[in-house]
Design a protein around this ligand. Sequence first.
Ligand code: ADP
Length: 578
Amino acid sequence: MRAGRAHEQTPALLDRTRTLPAGLVVTVTWFLILLILLLVAGVVVWQFHREREAAHSKLRRLNAELYKLGLVIQATDNLVVVTNPDGATEWVNDAFVRCSGIPLEQAVGHNPGRLLQGPDTDPETVARIRTAVAARESFVEEILNYSVEGRPYWVSIEAHPILGDRERFLGFIAIETDVTERRAIEESLRRATETATNLAQEKAAFLATMSHEIRTPLNAVLGVTALLIGTALDEEQTEYVATAQHSGRLLLGLVNDILDFSALESDRLELESRAFALPETLYGVQSMFGPQAAGRGLVLTLTMGAGVPAQLLGDENRIQQVLVNLVGNGLKFTHHGGVAVDVTRTEDTDGAWLRFAVSDTGIGIPADRHERLFLPFTQVDPSTTRQYGGSGLGLSICRLLAQRLGGTLTMTSTVGEGSVFLFTIPLQVPVEPARPVPDVSAEPAADLSGLRVLLAEDEAINRMVALRMLARLGVEADVAVDGIEVLERVEDRTYDVIFMDVHMPRMDGLAATRAVRARLPEGEGPVIVALTANALQGDRERMLAAGMDAYQSKPVTVEALRTTLAAVVAGRNGVPAV
Ligand code: ADP
């Protein structure tokens, strides 16, 4: 029976054993799912932990940075002010408290401007700051503030608007630097410059007066000695007079140099810009030095390279002055050979240039003296003055002139071989060529005796000298001792030429010229030539503006008077300014 029951149960048992693997599979599957879930949960937890760590360390870094920034802001000497959108102070740093004397608690809630500005604060600066703040724009300003105790101090403010999320305006941060000391230095520098300018002006005025005072008697010395040379003198006397003439000319040269140098140094020298013919300028140099060079067995050559225009625009007198100085030096320091002036045209990225190379075969200059010679009153050695004459001003004037003309003056030199001075200026060409000046020297000597000439001069010796010089030219002149007398003479007689001293008692030459011009119709009346010991820049313009036609710088010479009068005879339209 038991076997029968077992037999009966066997199929059921067999059935059950068949479902066993399926149950196993289900169990394993669940286990796997559980494992995966556990793994995912682990990863998520681990990730969360990492992120939290990263956030913590970022926070720590930020904190450290903030701490450092806080230290910097508190330690800096710059004043820091933070304001809210209404312009009231939110926070200030220690430097602000130290400088203004206002504690943080008292500053907070108040407008910084109202706390700090005082009687001398510039209202225009305040207005500019208000405008920038209202427009929420950055600004940089310098302003005078006052501390609690009323001590004024200057700050340079750099302020920027603070913008939050989505550009929300949160107020301003201003970083300020105390610039009181710098302002004080600037102010003292400004005052020093002002004093220096005043001194330079006083020096120039003093030099103008001094030059006038020296030129007036010098005029007499040179005039009288020139007249003396024309009289019957024995050989010894002629030599004495020639020495007096030579020394007088040297003194005149020195006075002129000092005047030029002071005008250049104080930047008072005004330059002219007129059309002129370069060949004539060079010819002037040649005729000035040619005879002297030939007399000493030296050769003086002047050449113009191809491409150098004959007509130029610029200050001919100043260009010639530099050339005269360089050629004069070249001849002075050359005993064999000669001096050559070569004019060439050069070009570089800055434009076209005119280059005058003045070379000599003279004694040369030691290398260590080259640059120093361009300093005033400097010579190669102090015995130069005794041996060769000169004051040591020439080259410094030339360099300053070259610079004022927009160019340069440099040199190269070898002892025993010679020197080369390079004078370079910008090349300017006129739109219209220069008006040709009548060359009275080339014409046969004009008859001047018919000219009606009035000489206005208050100084007795100068009057005598000028009258004698005019007499040599066959001209008998009337005399006036001041401007009032000029007007009286002009009432009585018609003159072709008036030589007019500028400084005269009662009425000076400028006033007299204006009065003469006012009495006579435009275009009529005499040619008026100023005779002046004043040769400062600007004098010429003043004289021409007063109605004078030309001016002759004292000391006058027979030649200069002859040239002027010959030009008057040649026709009033071509009177050269002599
Ligand atoms: P000055 O000739 O009136 O003394 P400069 O300034 O013109 O003054 O010249 C300064 C010095 O430079 C001269 O005294 C001389 O020693 C030197 N010097 C200038 N030109 C030459 C030259 N061509 N050759 C040699 N030495 C020169």
